[in-house]
Write a protein that binds this ligand. Structure first.
Ligand SMILES: Nc1ncnc2c1ncn2[C@@H]1O[C@H](COP(=O)(O)OP(=O)(O)OP(=O)(O)O)[C@@H](O)[C@H]1O
Ligand SMILES: [Mg+2]
Length: 311
């Protein structure tokens, strides 16, 4: 199977409000795809449709070859889903939670025992099997929630903001587990607000107001999504210069970062700017935030040409 997740103009309306607007996805086994975007952009709604939990209003799609509209039950059986609120039972122990989820997926008793041990190790929970979940730290809760979601060994895994509210160290160890799962050929969708996590994903899907603005590798996005070149200059009085440069022709954007300015410049304007400043501004790589800002400003008709949006 070339793609484990495919959608064509997949949409969801709640009444007259469009929460997801004609998204086209092509995601391969072994890919980690980050869903990035502001609150309310439609990430969770898209994930819930892809999980077969929420019926699309229009468009089509398939997960692992199963059709979203005709076969949602088959999809539900074959994927792992970690919801934005970790679905753990706080008054049960670690082992009881794993046993509960093994039961939901009807794992036979021999395999169940083996999988539970495997999941305890994956989550680094050895020695805490009999602890109540209520007393676990947030990082352990998160890893246990992941273990519960993947105890049936699903080939597609949806993780909806799994790393909010956990420490940077716990986020890193969680991400290492995810990368290991992807190396085994599993497809992973992860929604996040952390740019550093998105950087580690093979693909980023940028959502804004229900639309998918782009789907591509982080490096490709940085290279192609920002129109013009980004420069940094350090000056004595950045605010005064900011106000001066704001209305310059050829400067698409100028912003203040501590004592330096970031300037988004049209390609052919460098010589004039250099002359004005009397110094050579440094070229810098755009951040994913710069990419998002640039994508959000694009108008209909100048959409980002992704490698993976398909049609
Ligand atoms: N069941 C529902 N009924 C009506 N509106 C809904 C429903 N579910 C979601 N919405 C709306 O759809 C939009 C997209 O919501 P969604 O939860 O998908 O966003 P999100 O990108 O996951 O945001 P966040 O980053 O805050 O989790 C929001 O405006 C939300 O209020
Ligand atoms: Mg959400």
């Amino acid at each position: 199977m070339e793609y484990s997740i495919v959608t064509h103009n997949l949409s969801k309306k709640f009444g007259s409000f469009t929460a997801v607007d004609k998204i086209n996805l092509n995601i391969r086994p072994g890919d980690i795809c980050a869903f990035l975007g502001p609150n309310g952009a439609g990430k969770t709604t898209a994930i819930r449709m892809l999980c077969g939990i929420l019926k699309p209003s229009a468009g089509s799609g398939s997960v692992l070859g199963y059709d979203l509209l005709r076969n949602p039950e088959k999809i539900k059986e074959n994927l792992g889903y970690m919801s934005q609120k970790f679905s753990l039972y706080y008054d049960l122990t670690v082992r009881e939670n794993l046993n509960f989820y093994a039961g939901i997926y009807s794992l036979a008793s021999k395999r169940r025992h083996q999988k539970i041990e495997e999941m305890i190790n994956l989550a680094d929970l050895a020695g805490r099997e009999d602890q109540l979940v209520a007393n676990l730290s947030q990082g352990f809760k998160q890893r246990l929630a992941l273990s519960c979601a993947i105890i049936s060994d699903p080939q597609v895994i949806f993780l909806d903001e799994p790393t909010s509210g956990v420490s940077p160290a716990a986020r890193r160890s969680f991400f290492n587990i995810i990368q290991e799962l992807a190396n085994q050929g599993k497809t992973i969708i992860i929604s996040t607000h952390f740019m550093d996590e998105a950087e580690r994903c093979g693909q980023i899907a940028f959502f804004n107001q229900g639309q998918l603005l782009a789907l591509d590798h982080p490096a490709q996005l940085k290279k192609h999504a920002v129109p013009g070149k980004l420069y940094r200059i350090e000056v004595e009085d950045p605010i005064r210069l900011l106000n001066k440069l704001r209305h310059w022709p050829g400067i698409k954007e100028v912003s203040l970062h501590g004592r330096s300015l970031h300037i988004l410049l049209e390609e052919d304007r460098l010589a004039i700017l250099k002359k004005y400043l009397g110094t050579e501004p440094k070229v810098i790589e755009p951040t994913l935030e710069d990419v998002f800002m640039a994508l959000a400003k694009r108008k209909e008709g100048e959409r980002y040409e992704s490698n993976y949006l398909g049609n």
